[in-house]
Ligand binder design. Structure first.
Ligand code: SF4
Ligand code: SF4
Length: 459
């Protein structure tokens, strides 16, 4: 049974003390110096500035699920008052959104502490996660599953099952089904070049097509490839690596993360020379930026990771940094908002780039309204597989965002991370809100590569 913060406090643990620990709990012993997570936790002054920005604390008002509570758990672990298992059970509830990092005046990083702890005690994978990984780790299985999903959507079966609510008898599966997009724009793949004339002088970039995009939004990598070509690049589309390892990074399964990182690095090195590696899903860019640390000490892959580390970018980062081609049409939306993926915003500092590229096609970009009860610029609650692990809390967190979207009168919500888009679109659909949810690549494709708008269907 996990402790609550009160019992931790009553145990007399000196939260703000920098005294050396009495004893060090089990498996974390070897990590004490100099990269010890304890050193960062010890900086906490218990001021509480982080509480209002933490999504789990906002919906539950429970200190145990606040950044400060999570730091207290780490310190209790340091003091040997909790085992790694007990501490991990509590910290599993962190979304890793990193909103608390920016809010903390002392430089404490509770989200990173939770991630570090998971590396010692990984989250168990649910049956649904296993099923998803079986598909996404194998590119052929991903392509076949994407075809089946398209058939399911286009045959009318999806509409029928949803109307009759037949899947409610299969808990878990009904939640996963509710996340499936109901619409997929028709975007042709990039045609094979008929001649190489002029192509070889173009800068060569790899498009890393994320597994979730290939599975749930197959139009996205196609749209991104067209855009990169329209931006004057020679594009190599990478789909054969499986998954970059993002879910394993977040669950703490370092062995599988390293295996997936090796596969991805091998695929990228086979495509060299590359000027840039562009990710159509922002979580892939976050994960790949961690490869150098993940592969540290590996005699082969550390160097491979080093060569690519600075080249990895999100689609919006890359497009914002290069001159655009002439636009074919402006976006026909009066009110448009961009949804930030937390780890890209907080971890990679990507805020202005997507707004800049969208701003070239629309004057209607607006920020979501903020209030004490609405976490408009914070996490949507998706957090990768968190939405499958803790669906109820995930939806509670999403509610604030949905309220802000609707209060702001948003017509089109754009994002770059498939997990967030699935989660938000499912919520808006459930509320019957007339808001379209689209990936940035699809929206820009329409503005730069088409002279007619894509058929409009509400999400
Ligand atoms: S803001 Fe930082 S120092 Fe203050 S309670 Fe939160 S983690 Fe601790
Ligand atoms: S990373 Fe996010 S969920 Fe975790 S403690 Fe910080 S604000 Fe809360």
């Amino acid at each position: 049974m996990p402790p609550d913060c009160r019992t931790v406090r009553q145990s007399g643990i000196p939260f703000t003390s920098l005294q050396p620990p009495v004893r060090i709990a089990g498996q974390l012993e070897h990590t004490r110096a100099p990269t010890s997570p304890f050193a960062n936790a010890e900086k906490c002054t218990q001021c509480g500035y982080c509480l209002p920005v933490c999504p789990t604390y906002r919906v539950e008002n429970n200190e145990l699920h606040s950044p400060r509570g999570r730091v207290s758990i780490i310190l209790a672990l340091r003091n040997g008052d909790l085992s790694v298992e007990e501490a991990a059970t509590v910290l599993d509830h962190c979304l890793l959104c990193q909103a608390c990092h920016a809010a903390c005046p002392a430089g404490v990083r509770p989200g990173k502490l939770a991630l570090q702890l998971r590396a010692h005690h990984p989250l168990p994978a649910s049956r649904l996660s296993h099923l998803l990984h079986l598909i996404t780790n194998h590119p052929r299985a991903t392509a076949q599953a994407a075809r089946l999903l398209r058939l399911y959507r286009r045959s009318g079966l999806q509409r029928l099952l949803r109307r009759l609510r037949l899947l409610r008898w299969l808990p878990g599966l009904d939640h996963l089904e509710a996340l499936l997009p109901a619409h997929e724009p028709d975007i042709p793949p990039l045609p094979e070049p008929t001649s190489t004339a002029g192509m070889t002088e173009r800068p060569r970039v790899a498009l890393l097509a994320g597994c979730m995009a290939r599975l749930f939004f197959p139009a996205v990598p196609k749209a991104a490839a067209h855009l990169l070509q329209a931006w004057g690049m020679q594009v190599v589309v990478l789909e054969s690596f499986g998954c970059c390892g993002a879910p394993y990074r977040e669950s703490g399964d370092r062995t599988t993360l390293r295996r997936q990182a090796q596969r991805t690095l091998d695929a990228l090195h086979a495509a060299a020379p590359l000027q840039a590696v562009v990710c159509d899903s922002s979580i892939c860019a976050v994960t790949m930026r961690s490869y150098l640390r993940v592969m540290s000490g590996d005699p082969i892959y550390e160097e491979k990771a080093r060569q690519l580390a600075e080249k990895v970018q999100t689609l919006s980062q890359f497009l914002a940094a290069h001159p655009p081609p002439p636009a074919q049409q402006n976006l026909p939306f009066v009110r448009l908002a961009y949804h930030d993926h937390c780890q890209a915003r907080q971890g990679l500092g990507i805020i202005m780039e997507p707004r800049m590229v969208l701003g070239r096609l629309s004057k209607g970009i607006q920020e979501l309204p903020r209030s004490d009860s609405i976490s408009a610029d914070g996490c949507c609650g998706a957090a990768g597989e968190y939405q499958l692990r803790y669906p109820q809390r995930s939806q509670q967190i999403r509610d604030g965002k949905l309220q802000a979207i609707q209060e702001g009168g948003i017509e089109l919500l754009v994002g770059e991370n498939p997990g967030c888009l699935l989660h938000l679109a499912a919520g808006l659909q459930r509320e019957d809100a007339p808001v379209m949810v689209r990936h940035l690549a699809e929206v820009l494709y329409e503005g730069y590569c088409l002279s007619q708008p894509i058929e409009k269907v509400s999400s």
